[in-house]
Each structure stands twice: as C-alpha cells, then as structure tokens.
Design a protein around this ligand. Structure first.
Ligand SMILES: Nc1nc2c(ncn2[C@@H]2O[C@H](COP(=O)(O)OP(=O)(O)OP(=O)(O)O)[C@@H](O)[C@H]2O)c(=O)[nH]1
Length: 393
C-alpha cells in the first residue's frame, strides 16, 4: 500500500485555476478565494482595532469562522518522521553540492599536488561553483595557502582545512524559532514568489504537530487564490485550524484574525503566510512592515503586554544561488526578518550559498528544506552541514 504523504501536492491549479485578482496585495478585490471566509476587514494601524469599512463593517474584525480541521476521512495522521538519521538526511540533500566538491577536489589532489598559486586558484574556482561566494572561497583558499604552501597535500588536508574555515565563517548556533515565553508563538513567513513558503509552512506545521503542539494558520496570501487553497489543503491534511480571507482582501486583516485566534483558541503556534513579492517592490515590502505591526497590535490587544511576531522567517530558494543573497538583503532590511529557511537545498549544487547567508546578514539559517516529503526539513546545524558538505566517504 502506498504510504500517505501529507506533502503530496494537490495543486489547486491542477483542478480549476482561479484568476488572481488584478490587484496588488492589500488593495482589495472581488473574487472569493474561500467559501469559509468572512468579509475581510482592513486593520488600521492608528486605532486599537481594525478600522471600519463600508459596507457593514464591525468595529473590530470579526474572526473568520475557524475552519476547524478534523482530519478528513481519507487523510490519515502524518506518518512518523523516517529515521534516516540527521547526518544522512543532510548528506543526501546536499548530494549535488557534495558531488562538485568531493569529486573535483579529489581529482585535483589525486596524484598528490604541490600547493602553489595555480593549485590555490583551482581550489578557489571549485569553491565558487558551489555559490559560497567570493569572500568564503577566498578565505578557504587563503587558509589552505597559509597552512600548506610549497607542500604536497592530500584530500584529507584540504577537507580538514576547508571545514575549519567554514565553521569559523558560519558562526551561528542551531536554533528552533524564538518561542514565546508565554502564550502562542506567532511566526510570520515572507519571501519571493515560488521560494517555497507554503511548503515550508506545511513542514513547520508537521514539525510542531509531531511535537504535540496545536497550530493555527493565517492564509495571508490573499493576492493569489490558489495559495489560499493550497494552504487549506495542508491545514486539512495536517489537522490545523486555518483563517482565510477573501481573495484580494487585506492580508493584515487575516494576520490580525489569525493572531487573535491563536490567543483566543489557546494555540501553541500561529503561522502567518504572506504573498510572494520581490525585494525591489517597495510598496509591497512596506506592506510586510504594516502586517508585522498589526500582528503586534492584535497580540497586545488580546493579551496586554504581549509582543509579536516572535519570528519572521524569510524563505529563500537555495537553487537561486547568489540571487538568494540579494533577496536576503532586501527582505531582512524591510521585513525585520529574524531567521531564514533555506528551501530546496536538495535540488541544487549551489548549497554553498548557506555560507555567505550566515556570514553577511547576521540572520541565522534556522531550517533547511531538503525535499518535498514530510521529513525533508531539518533544523539547520553548522557542524552537520559542514561535515555533510565535505564528507570524505
Ligand atoms: N525539492 C524541493 N522542492 C521544494 C522544497 N520546498 C518547496 N519545494 C517546491 O517548490 C515549489 C514552490 O513551493 P511553494 O511552497 O508553492 O512556494 P511559495 O513560496 O509558497 O510560492 P508562491 O505562493 O507562489 O509565492 C513547489 O513545487 C514545492 O513543492 C524543497 O525543500 N525541496
């Protein structure tokens, strides 16, 4: 019997695609993305509750009828995480990057090579191919030069030195999200279109459900009807409550209502999706700031003294390589990001991009996406990453 895979995508667009409204997020629109939504209310930053709108808008946002998510009959409980082992999980996912490093690195020292300028440039070129960036590749090259110049080296010498350098560059611990000291932990998820936000949210839900936590989702990508449907499918499969709004409605309203639901319904975790956007679209980047502030206001209103969100996760597509860096730059400045999810690390030979991300932005890589299956997600750990990247076996 085929195993149930909660991460198998029932792409809404495979069924009946809905036209996205011809509006930008936050501008309002006509088409209805969800049969379970109430009329969205645009929260105002200047009031303690979302502002009134015409027609007939209540003084406070009416929480969308929570779509209580009893598992659908055909949806069994999520399968237990496969016990493949943390290290082999990393290694399998990084296979493409590891192949570049190990095969080629081994090749250039096969005969036992003297470390001279030409050799060091070969090392540099090889490192660059993993998209670790010029600064990291230069440091690896220079450190090898300092240690071994004019000597013959073996593969293990190079690997040992490179590992040491990368560990030195990626000075970050391994951490889960910043959990709230009390009350629900509110997590906002941001990133460009197609980076892997929805899939990563589903993986987070799976992760926290496995830990026995209750989760509510806020379908804040009101711009793309299919995104709401997609997240609703995950919520159904993973038995999480979901708050949705009408297509084209104010995403801050959904975020507000999801935050309220998290406090009022005693959830442990609230994850709020946002529409994909480019770091260059300043109005849309400003919108993220507004959503962030209104989440805080909603949290403080329901539970005085609370501050939220506790985590703003930026999802980056590892296959974008160096482009992921410019995304990280734009988003980290505009959206007050607190951590990174590096998705699709399995699909690329550019896995080295995790190194400059850690180095340049002071933002910890918290999780990595290692595929599309439920267990294809891991808390990022520098030592495991480095060992897998330069695995000598
Ligand atoms: N191999 C692999 N594929 C992934 C991973 N994460 C996401 N994907 C795939 O990447 C594609 C885009 O993922 P989504 O989660 O829909 O991305 P999104 O950021 O929500 O997209 P928008 O809603 O359009 O902004 C899908 O086909 C996912 O299955 C991963 O870690 N590994």
């Amino acid at each position: 019997m085929a195993k149930w895979n909660p991460f198998r995508r029932n792409k809404p667009e495979d069924k009946a695609p809905q036209e996205s409204p011809a509006v930008e997020p936050g501008q309002g629109g006509e088409s209805d993305a969800s049969s379970e939504s109430t009329t969205p209310v645009a929260p105002s930053e200047s009031s303690t509750a979302p502002a009134q709108q015409t027609p007939a808008v209540p003084s406070e946002p009416v929480p969308t009828e929570p779509t209580s998510k009893a598992p659908t009959p055909e949806a069994p409980e999520p399968e237990k995480e496969q016990k493949t082992g943390f290290f082999s999980k990393f290694k399998t996912a990084l296979k493409k990057t590891v192949n570049v490093l190990n095969t080629d690195l081994r090749d250039i020292v096969k005969e036992g090579r003297l470390v001279d300028d030409a050799f060091l440039e070969e090392i540099f070129a090889l490192m660059i191919r993993t998209d670790m960036g010029v600064a990291s590749a230069s440091k690896i090259r220079d450190d090898i030069g300092k240690k071994f110049r004019a000597r013959k080296v073996e593969f293990s010498d190079l690997v040992g030195s490179a590992k040491e350098t990368v560990r030195e560059i990626m000075q970050q611990g391994s951490a889960d999200v910043n959990f709230a000291e009390s009350g629900p932990t509110i997590i906002m998820v941001v990133g460009v279109n197609g980076a892997g936000k929805t899939t990563s949210i589903a993986k987070l839900v799976y992760r926290y459900k496995e830990m026995g936590k209750s989760v509510v989702l806020g379908a804040g990508d009101t711009f793309r009807a299919a995104a709401v449907e997609q997240l609703t499918v995950w919520a159904n499969r993973l038995n999480a409550e979901i708050i949705t709004g009408k297509s084209g409605s104010d995403p801050a309203s959904v975020a507000w209502q999801a935050t309220e639901a998290a406090y009022n319904n005693d959830h442990d975790i609230c994850i709020i999706d946002t529409a994909g956007r480019l770091q260059t679209q300043s109005n849309l980047m400003d919108e993220l700031g507004r959503i962030n502030r209104l989440i805080n206001k909603a949290a403080n209103k329901v539970s005085e003294g609370s501050t939220a969100p506790h985590e703003v996760l930026l999802v980056l597509d590892a296959t974008a390589g160096q482009n992921a860096l410019s995304q990280a730059k734009g988003f980290s400045e505009a959206a007050n990001c607190t951590g990174i999810v590096l998705a699709k690390l399995d699909g690329t030979a550019k896995g080295g991009v995790a190194i400059p991300i850690c180095q340049e932005f002071g933002l910890p890589v918290k999780f990595i996406g290692l595929g599309e299956t439920p267990d294809a997600f891991a808390k990022f750990d520098v030592d495991t990453f480095v060992d897998a990247l330069f695995d000598e076996n």
